[in-house]
Design a protein around this ligand. Structure first.
Ligand SMILES: Cc1ncc(COP(=O)(O)O)c(C=O)c1O
Length: 477
């Protein structure tokens, strides 16, 4: 039962007492409200619980668990896993430079001279000549005025895009752009729109519709080679558009630096464009250049501005001299041994041609060192990867929802070190094992409505593959 109080009948001290009572009651109710553990204990976070479940399922399925494989040596055209030497297609070591004696020696020498860390932000704690030499070499290699290096490629995109653009700006990205660029765009607060993959005509329509004068800056974000399909953009068309709309063009060359163009100078060399027509050349040191780190290259004003202001540089330790030395040695080898790039192109072509000659679907791969073999089922892709592993070949599946279920695939990364014999053996085994899986599918699943015992197990496997893929895609994109 509630009694109503006429406040006007209360004396001043009674009003104060009543107020104190109400406040006390309110505080008590707040204290008694239970905050669930899922809000303050990591092990109770639902997201963590989900990952834990997936990890346990993966561990239980160790025969076809393709993730976090332990490699016991250099990740090259060959790799050592559980004491077995495998032919390896799961490495970005396109030019075989990680593990190359001269590159390793350069890193060791830099450690002997400078230690393992620069032990501070370069702007405040000072420079090491090797870092400056690397930045000069990258800029010269690309034919632009200057460059700046960061401790990793992902952070390079996040901090640079996040810093240069703001809420008054528009960022237009290819739908398959890497996660790091998207994170940077989100950080910037700019309006973000995706355009269909490699579709410069669709981008042109968006640019017309958006009306340039509604924004301060407009950024077009593309990659030099896309790591999902092994295809690349029609760069001259994008340059035309950026010029017409007074936009800025940024290219992520993570997979095209060292792999595209006759000398490995990237997508710019491939198309023979004027390097100054691209505003931001972004790349990683971690793939073709056999090291770790990222760079932005472009005009002097851009690099000077970034060196004095970009948070991921000025509030971060400088790149380790050993990593700079490794990347620098790699660039020097690339210049001295252009045949590495020619050989990479030859081997990538050989692989693609041979896979196609077996009637397998390689999607839109365009003679880059990334060749997808589209299987069209996550489960079949994971099983095929496992079957190849048993026959001495290491290749990762790429499954739903990283790609659509009917586009699930194995993704082959070629290296200039792959021999003809390795490639021919791989394609032969790939065709054999895929045929086995396909014939099993036909005999074991006579009717989709009745799932035989064996397939029921496979369906469970399919669930964990799908579950895991949710996390996989979150990391990749
Ligand atoms: C297109 C692209 N950009 C950026 C990155 C990040 O580079 P890093 O691995 O050097 O941090 C990657 C990594 O795979 C990538 O594929």
């Amino acid at each position: 039962m509630t009694t109503s109080i006429d406040l006007q009948e209360l004396s001043e001290s009674q009003k104060r007492l009543l107020l104190a009572k109400i406040l006390k009651q309110k505080l008590q109710t707040q204290e008694n409200k239970i905050i669930p553990e899922a809000c303050y204990r990591f092990d109770r976070f639902p997201e963590y619980q989900e990952i834990k479940k997936i990890r346990e399922q993966l561990e239980a399925n160790s025969t076809i668990n393709p993730y976090f494989t332990i490699h016991e040596g250099i990740n090259n055209n060959k790799t050592l896993v559980r004491g077995r030497e495998l032919i390896n297609y799961s490495s970005y070591n396109y030019l075989g430079l990680s593990g190359e004696a001269k590159v390793s020696q350069a890193a060791k020498d830099a450690i002997d001279r400078y230690g393992t860390s620069v032990s501070g932000s370069r702007i405040a704690s000072g420079e090491r000549p090797i870092n400056l030499e690397l930045e000069r070499t990258i800029a010269d290699w690309l034919g632009v005025e200057d460059s700046i290096t960061f401790v990793n490629g992902h952070a390079t995109n996040v901090t640079t895009i996040g810093h240069l653009f703001g809420p008054e700006d528009l960022i237009l990205n290819d739908e398959f752009i890497h996660n790091s660029a998207i994170q940077g765009a989100i950080l910037s607060g700019a309006r973000r729109l995706s355009f269909p993959h490699n579709n410069w005509q669709a981008l042109a329509r968006i640019l017309d519709k958006q009306q340039r004068h509604n924004y301060r800056r407009v950024l077009i974000l593309i990659e030099g080679v896309y790591s999902q399909d092994g295809d690349f953009p029609n760069l001259p068309k994008f340059i035309e558009l950026k010029k017409r709309h007074k936009a800025l063009l940024m290219i992520d060359e993570a997979h095209s630096m060292g792999t595209m163009g006759n000398h490995g100078r990237g997508i710019g060399e491939h198309f023979g464009i004027n390097p100054a027509d691209v505003d931001l050349w972004m790349g990683t040191l971690s793939k073709g250049l056999g090291s770790c780190g990222g760079y932005i290259a472009g005009c002097k004003a851009l690099i000077e501005f970034l060196k004095y202001t970009v948070p991921g540089f000025i509030f971060s330790n400088g790149i380790s001299p050993a990593l700079s030395a490794a990347a620098l040695a790699s660039l020097q080898i690339l210049q001295a041994e252009p045949d590495r790039v020619n050989r990479l192109h030859r081997q990538a072509k050989r692989f693609l041609k041979s896979v196609k000659s077996h009637g397998l679907n390689t999607g839109v791969s365009q003679n880059t060192p990334i060749v997808p073999v589209i299987i069209g089922s996550s489960l079949a892709s994971a099983r095929l990867s496992g079957a190849l592993f048993e026959r001495g070949i290491n290749v990762q599946p790429m499954i739903y929802p990283a790609v659509a279920e009917d586009a699930a695939r194995l993704r082959f990364f070629l290296s200039c070190k792959h021999t003809d014999e390795e490639i021919d053996y791989t394609v032969k085994v790939l065709a054999e094992e895929l045929a086995k899986i396909e014939s099993e599918k036909q005999t074991v699943v006579p009717n989709k409505a009745v799932v035989p015992q064996k397939d029921a197990k496979l369906q469970n496997e399919s669930n964990w593959v799908r579950n895991f893929a949710v996390e996989y895609v979150a990391q990749e994109r």
